[in-house]
Design a protein around this ligand. Structure first.
Ligand code: NAP
Length: 294
């Protein structure tokens, strides 16, 4: 069994981007810029946003945080997005979700300039992904694709079973893996809560991707020998031995399933750290495109 080390891979990717950013700066005198728009005080969102900003700064990108009061109107937020759509200093716009209930998230995401949609959530970016056109890929599934590539895990003709069909993980990863292209070309099954017996499907998986949000849903008896496990889930469970009183675990019963697997991502330290690396990748791509420089 080999551990897929997302923390190490993410650090490698960010180092590669840092070198590219330095070179592009020498060539053009410009650096990629990412603006992050955070509405309200959601603690989890604040943690995510801080780590995104930190990554930008370490890489040498220009970063700005627009921290807005939860009471901001939809109209004001749309105006701000539009301001950044036209600001040449910023090549990527990220609106941290969730937004307060009085704001229509779809409207805000659709307002983002397609060329700056580094989260890949705009419906046009998603549509392009489905039909196999070049686009911004949403960061968590893109991170999974990168892990499979860097660990040289064959996907062509393999049966990938995805558990979970969310718009941010399950559906996009299934669409990326089914494409007729290098690093994909898999046979994909997508499962969800209406599956009568999940194990009928998971037992057939050469590669199992769990994106559910249920601690230890996937057990040893549900997978075959040699399976590749990608565990996207992040779940808090009580752990008295820990200072905080809890620990993070995935959707997969790691200790037991790892015995049967050929590759497995841990939680934490697997898929999680890849999301930011791919956000940086997308911001660099946006910069190259908008500034017409490579
Ligand atoms: P989500 O929107 O809640 O979707 C969960 C999916 O799992 C749904 O499609 C649901 O089915 C399905 N599901 C629920 N119970 C099931 C069951 N018993 N059997 C089969 N399918 C079941 O979740 P998400 O946003 O995709 O996130 C999934 C997990 O990944 C969470 O733990 C989240 O924290 C984590 N995550 C991690 C990262 C990262 O590492 N960077 C990023 C995003 C998410 P229905 O559609 O039928 O309801």
């Amino acid at each position: 069994m080999q551990i897929i080390d997302g923390k190490k891979t993410s650090a490698e990717i960010r180092e590669e981007i840092k070198v590219k950013v330095e070179k592009l700066k020498e060539k053009s005198g410009k650096v990629p810029g990412l603006v992050t728009i955070l509405v309200g005080e959601d603690p989890a969102s604040q943690v995510y946003v801080n780590s995104k900003i930190k990554a930008c700064v370490e890489i040498g990108m220009h970063s700005k945080l627009e921290k807005l009061d939860a009471s901001i109107s939809e109209e004001e937020l749309l105006r701000l997005v539009n301001q950044y759509n036209n600001d040449p200093l910023f090549h990527g716009i990220l609106v941290q979700l969730p937004l307060p209930k009085h704001i229509d998230e779809d409207k805000v995401i659709e307002a983002i300039n397609l060329n700056k949609d580094v989260d890949g959530f705009h419906p046009s970016s998603v549509g392009k992904l489905v039909i196999g056109k070049d686009t911004f890929k949403s960061c968590t599934p893109f991170g999974i694709m990168e892990l499979l590539k860097r660990y040289k895990i064959e996907t062509k003709g393999k049966h990938v079973v995805v558990v979970g069909r969310s718009n941010i993980v399950g559906k996009p990863i299934a669409n990326m893996l089914v494409q007729k292209e290098e690093g994909a070309n898999a046979v994909v099954t997508v499962c969800h809560s209406a599956a009568p017996d999940l194990s009928i499907f998971t037992k057939q998986a050469d590669i199992l991707i769990a994106a559910v949000g249920r601690a230890h849903l996937i057990t040893k008896d549900m997978v075959k020998d040699g399976v590749v496990i990608i565990d996207v889930g992040i779940n808090r469970i009580d752990a008295r031995e820990k200072k905080k009183g809890y620990k993070l675990v995935g959707d997969v019963d790691f200790d037991n399933v790892s015995e049967k697997s050929s590759f497995i991502t841990p939680v934490p330290g697997g898929v999680g750290p890849m999301t930011i690396a791919m956000l940086m990748t997308n911001t660099l791509k946006a910069f190259s495109k908008l500034e017409n420089i490579n």
